[in-house]
Design a protein around this ligand. Structure first.
Ligand code: S3P
Length: 170
């Protein structure tokens, strides 16, 4: 059930390692839309990787840049949008998401740690990845639940299965 007739056809949220980018790519291909990702938009705008923004300017500066990227991306009718894992920390973003088709990709700590281990460096996951992810999931779960119109479990399922479930609900 579409809750909005403006902006991205679907917005994916979830912690690092929940599969947002992979699933967004698949959905975009199936829907004939463009995959847009706010992390990528921030990096393009800043001209450097997020890890460098954290080192050079700190998390607060990154969050402000992320907020600006989200405001712009939520107006994009041609997008399947994925947000950075921490985007939902901002109360204004959570309020803005109320009018959108938001899907929370749920994942266990163990599975997220496995997936993150294969990916690029993430500034908030230095040190013990499992512990960081556990803390992060615990702190953020209420926010993911708050913004989600649909929650999809991603453990032990293929990207195609996950995308199919989301498509059924659009
Ligand atoms: C963050 C997640 C990252 C990125 C930044 C902060 C977070 O995005 O936005 O490193 O706070 O969880 P992914 O969820 O795509 O890894």
């Amino acid at each position: 059930q579409r809750v909005s007739n403006a902006g991205p056809v679907v917005v994916l949220v979830g912690p690092p390692g929940s599969g947002k980018s992979t699933i967004a790519e698949l959905l975009a291909a199936k829907l004939g839309k463009t995959h847009r990702d706010t992390d990528t938009d921030v990096e393009t705008e800043a001209g450097k990787p997020i890890s460098d923004i954290f080192v050079d300017s700190g998390e607060a500066v990154f969050r402000a840049q992320e907020r600006a990227a989200i405001i712009a991306a939520l107006k994009d009718d041609d997008a399947v949008l994925s947000l950075g894992g921490g985007a939902i920390l901002d109360p204004d973003t959570r309020a803005d998401l109320a009018g959108h088709n938001v899907v929370f990709l749920n994942v266990s700590v163990g599975e997220a740690a496995k997936r993150v281990g294969l990916g690029v460096a993430r500034p908030l996951l230095l040190g013990n990845v499992r512990t960081q992810l556990r803390n992060l999931l615990e702190a953020r779960r209420p926010y993911y639940d708050e913004v989600a119109k649909l929650t999809v479990d991603t453990d032990n399922r293929t990207p195609a299965e996950i995308a199919a479930e989301i498509l059924e609900h659009l």
